[in-house]
Design a protein around this ligand. Structure first.
Ligand SMILES: [Zn+2]
Length: 372
């Protein structure tokens, strides 16, 4: 049986479920830590597990360049390579080619580009992206799509979405089904309701194991993103998981869960952790701020992570002032734990039928803090 989703209960549009995969079960809603180049930056695999993470994301673009998908396969696959036996979702490579690679040329066949690290020339087609993700032994394979630029006119967004739809068909045909593995299609269409509808309908015909919503959180703003979710999630089959790509802040997550999203990934908690910013129950704190120099309280007294139970704000401030690598390690640990705790609490609230009250209470907490 392919990877599948067990929908346990709903509270309004919010859903609690379980993703059942070859590499273990994932309670949803869930946040996927981003392990770009086969590592969640600044974290050992054990440290990632200790945050409560059940599934991580790997980036096809980075891994195809270094160490290459063929080498990862020879070394036993990405799970073994990075000491993560649990589920791994890999992206298709398309987004990073558009944001990182040089000298891109995109046509119907695929995209030709130069590596951002050594200038070497590469070609990625839907078929090659599927092959790479297969070599990596990815639990969840993403179709290759074109990331529609933002802003885009209706004509531009339509042309881009229809190319992605043709590539989704080719990606589906190239995917090799295996027990407990799956492939997700990606709904595109920018901020245009009719295009989102067209994209979702075409992808549902291909009967993917799950559906991602792409092309959001690219500058349209939270209100427009939520509008698109309100339109898109009801178009997707209830019995399949829904993944909102590249989102977001804790507030984005709460609002998106309320609109029926089950899965998220974002670099925010890890990137913020390396730049001294902490997400806490009392809002965002910047540990470089001089007001923490004598602060002997824990970073977030409500958090059970290693950073919060063993260290003070003053110590974290000191580590960042001295540019010690332990600072990013501890703050990444905390931020990922915070995101996981938020999703665990959201799931509990959905199961208890009080998700709205939980969201309101959590937002009041963020606003109450002395964030700086
Ligand atoms: Zn913590």
């Amino acid at each position: 049986m392919m990877l599948h989703f067990h929908l346990q209960t709903t509270d309004g549009a919010a859903r609690a479920g379980t993703l059942v995969t070859a590499h273990g079960d994932v309670p949803t809603p869930t946040f996927m830590a981003v392990g770009t180049a086969g590592t969640v930056k600044a974290m050992t695999a054990d440290a990632v597990r200790a945050t409560g993470a059940k599934i991580v994301l790997g980036n096809t673009y980075h891994l195809m360049l270094r160490p290459t998908a063929e080498r990862v396969a020879r070394l036993g696959g990405l799970h073994k390579f990075m000491d993560w036996p649990g589920p791994i979702l890999t992206d298709s490579g398309g987004f990073q080619i558009m944001s990182l690679a040089k000298l891109r040329k995109l046509d119907e066949a695929g995209v030709t580009f130069q590596s951002h690290t050594d200038g070497s020339k590469h070609f990625l087609s839907p078929e090659r992206s599927m092959e790479i993700q297969h070599l990596l032994d990815s639990t969840i394979t993403m179709v290759l799509d074109e990331c529609t630029k933002f802003p885009a006119t209706h004509d531009e967004a339509a042309a881009s979405m229809r190319l992605s739809t043709r590539w989704a068909k080719r990606s589906r045909a190239a995917f090799i089904p295996r027990d407990g593995y799956g492939q997700f299609g990606i709904v595109q269409g920018s901020v245009y309701e009719d295009l989102r509808r067209e994209s979702a309908a075409a992808l549902c015909d291909l009967d993917f194991e799950g559906y991602a919503i792409g092309g959001l959180a690219v500058g349209e703003g939270q209100a427009a993103m939520f509008d698109m979710l309100d339109i898109t999630t009801p178009l997707l089959p209830a019995e399949k998981p829904r993944y909102l790509m590249g989102v977001g802040t804790p507030d984005d997550l709460l609002g998106s869960v309320a609109r029926g999203v089950d899965m998220f990934d974002c670099v925010m908690p890890t990137r913020a952790g390396r730049t001294a910013r902490a997400y806490t129950a009392a809002g965002v704190l910047n540990l470089r701020n001089a007001r923490f120099i004598d602060d002997s309280s824990p970073l977030d007294p409500t958090c059970a992570c290693l950073c919060c139970t063993r260290h003070t704000r003053a110590y974290l401030h000191h580590l960042f002032r001295c540019e010690e690598m332990l600072g990013p390690m501890l703050l990444t640990t905390h931020n990922l734990t915070y995101y996981q705790s938020l999703m665990i609490a959201a799931r509990a609230a959905i199961l208890a039928g009080n998700y709205n009250e939980f969201s309101t209470r959590t937002r009041v907490g963020w606003a109450s803090g002395d964030a700086g």
